[in-house]
Design a protein around this ligand. Structure first.
Ligand code: MRU
Length: 372
């Protein structure tokens, strides 16, 4: 065995903060500026958090969920400052319901956003009936958001360890978009599996699709892995079939924005094509996601809302026009991979194999039990 490349203790996996709540601001690593500059953006209001999510300053399903939770805390702080001595728990709840609506309107596909917002509102309603002051209630909401942030990292680490067992020393993994520390509260899902395999002493090489049109693969995944000294090669999206045909890929691992009750998976546009290519080449196609990404209320992939992003994100690159004016552009941000193409779903509770319906129900029930 050649010497493993274990991420250093101060690496991104352990260190750089995708998001941080200081008590007054939500500080985000501005992902639109990477990899050229590491710039932090301070959001002081819930409206600024909503805008940061819409503009993809923070992105990735679990990360936008945690950001929205802190957006509600900022919204609650604004209410207390505005209402002064007239503040009440019911008033706080009504205000937060409006803030929640504006956060939910930002990006429709990733279910973690709705999951986090609903959890915060549930806590507010539960505590509203007690004899808490509005300030106490807000303190509890801050603790809830902090718990979500901590739990996400812990879940990703558990998920990573389960997934690492599926990888072999010397494997080359193909991934798409960014399902790493930047897309979560830390560590990552698909990249968490790779990080855990590397930490266990396996030599893993990563190929990453550049991920047109927003280039999360080339800009973000390559940046993260390179920072962690994990060998990474960027390819254009249309090269995936070629490298598989050449026998250079051992497995595909991607993240997810929403997993429907039947195991259909919504993820970054281009994921479905990768799943088909993996099947054609006899390669395993793994989805790595925490239980917060599973949506039992959505029966199948057809019911998942697919976000349409603005045309200029496709027609322009770095401000430069690529396509002629006056033509039609379609720019769906996500696609759905049918469960039949998914070899396994890697979660914090273990590796789920098809058929997924019952396994996903068990996963969500277990997570709800643990959360009390
Ligand atoms: O549009 P984005 O960049 O938010 O899309 C992100 C993805 O599709 C990720 O693969 C997904 O959110 C999983 S992140 C752990």
């Amino acid at each position: 065995m050649s010497s493993p490349r274990v991420p250093p203790a101060n690496s991104l996996a352990a260190g750089v903060k995708t998001l941080e709540f200081t008590g007054e601001v939500l500080r985000l690593l501005d992902q639109t500026k990477l990899p050229v500059a590491e710039v932090y953006l301070d959001c002081r209001t819930s409206a600024e958090v909503a805008l940061a999510i819409t503009e993809m300053k923070v992105r990735g399903a679990p990360a936008i969920g945690v950001a929205a939770a802190y957006g509600l805390v900022l919204g609650g702080q604004a209410y207390l400052a505005m209402a002064g001595r007239d503040a009440s728990c019911v008033g706080l709840l009504h205000h937060l319901e409006q803030v929640a609506a504006s956060l939910l309107a930002t990006r429709p596909t990733a279910v973690n956003l709705g999951w986090a917002v609903k959890r915060m509102l549930r806590t507010t309603r539960r505590l509203c009936t007690g004899d808490q002051t509005p300030a106490d209630l807000l303190g509890a909401l801050r603790s809830e958001a902090e718990a979500m942030q901590r739990d996400d990292v812990a879940m990703n680490k558990r998920l990573g360890d389960h997934g690492a067992a599926l990888l072999h020393h010397g494997d080359t993994v193909l991934t798409h978009c960014n399902a790493g520390a930047l897309a979560t509260a830390g560590y990552g899902t698909a990249l968490g599996v790779i990080r855990s395999a590397v930490a266990a002493g396996k030599q893993i090489t990563v190929f990453v699709d550049e991920t047109r049109p927003y280039l999360q693969g080339a800009r973000l995944t390559a940046w993260e892995l390179h920072k962690d000294h994990i060998p990474v090669t960027v390819i254009a999206d249309n090269m995936a079939g070629y490298v598989m045909q050449q026998g250079r890929i051992s497995a595909v691992i991607v993240g997810a924005d929403r997993i429907a009750a039947n195991g259909d998976v919504a993820n970054k546009i281009g994921t479905y094509s990768l799943a088909l290519l993996a099947r054609a080449h006899g390669l395993p196609f793994y989805v790595a996601a925490p239980s917060s990404t599973v949506d039992l209320d959505t029966p199948n992939g057809e019911a998942i809302p697919i976000e349409e992003r603005p045309p200029h994100e496709l027609s322009h690159l770095a401000g430069q026009r690529l396509a002629p004016e006056g033509i039609t552009i379609v720019n769906p941000a996500f696609d759905v991979t049918p469960a039949a193409y998914v070899t396994a779903i890697i979660t914090e509770a273990g590796v789920l194999r098809p058929p997924y319906e019952e396994a996903l129900r068990g996963l969500v029930a277990g997570a709800a039990r643990r959360a009390g």
